[in-house]
Design a protein around this ligand. Sequence first.
Ligand code: PLP
Length: 431
Amino acid sequence: MSKDWNELSEKMSERLAPSMAKDHPNLPVVKEEGCYYYGRDGKKYLDFTSGIAVTNVGHRHPKVVEAIKNAADELTHGPIGVIQYESILRLADELAEVMPGDIDCFFFGNSGTEAIEGALKLAKYVTRRQYMVSFTGCFHGRTMGSLGVSTSKSKYRRYLQPDSLTYQIPYYRPADFENEDGTIREEEAIRQLERDFDNLFKYHVSPDEVAGVILEPVLGEGGYVMPPASWLKKVRDICTEHGMLLIFDEVQTGFGRTGDWFAANTFGVTPDIMAVAKGIASGMPLSATAANHKLMQQWPMGSHATTFGGNPIACSAALATIDVIKEEKLLDNTVRAGEHAVHGIRKLKEKHPVISNIRHLGLMIGIEITDPETGKPDGEAVLRILDLALEEGVLFYLCGNEGEVIRMIPPLTVTTEQIDDGLKALDKALT
Ligand code: PLP
């Protein structure tokens, strides 16, 4: 690495806020392409993070780059409503085709947290109710509203006084309902869910004061937990029964990650409102709060607005992203590659007793690390494994309340050879 770079990097630790510059592993890179980052050290790194579930079609996919360049030649800024432009209209139309159920109408923003903020406002405005119900372990973003419905392990949260009237109930807990052989006691899990809602309505809040119920259909930051479809269907039924709007946060699960366009499609459960971001535009800042036309029309002009949301370059990148997912049949590859990876990780589990659990849906893979002696989640070990895997040329990230889960989310274009390379590195790191 050059002397200039070292000086600049050193200085940036003063210029950039710690919350922006101090995450793990903080790899210095010069370029990204396909499934790889190119480090400043001249090494090539296999990326099993996809920029945290963003570059689903691979880094700098040529079609996405071309779309961005062409768009920049014509229009760099909306603002939609004041002017009209083709990319946002075409994108809304294309998205309606791939959304679950009857969801066909969109408010575009710039980030996941904005999409959630929009979803909360939409639910509260339409129902004229003030409370939300969220689930422990779910993460929805960092604005005051989205933080208000999130569980955060951060000790700083209590100084932030998040801006949301929210009751939390427990998310699906695999340890309570899964047998040794991996089978799930679904009826028991559903009965527990019913009891949690009953207690909430009996002692805390009346259902007719609850605007919406928000959750991640697969727990992301909280540790890659996949509830059974029947559990999500039950949440849907309870919402319908009480006129509460069901909000799916598909910021992390969207755009092919689960092996279908969205987790809602995978599970066969359609929410009333959906928040999508991350994978939508392959790195350009874009998000959407989505609902069906009838619901969205009750959210009038003036109740929400944006300056940058639905930026024309980002919308063009999103159109190209959707094309690539279709043309390259990435949903099929996700299922195939996910199965291949899990097969390999199961073999690693036989060899390395620190692996206590493997959870996956498509290419959302969580490898839980436990101290074999104490049986406790081992976040410290995960940090060491991440560093050692990086030395072997593979970038993983982590999740879980104690940082105890190695998160493996390669681009959906990943080949079985690249997965094998990555698992070889993981094997060495675990050894
Ligand atoms: N919701 C989920 C499930 C997320 O994983 C994230 C980001 O990690 C967000 C919301 C917030 O998205 P953003 O960081 O784009 O604001």
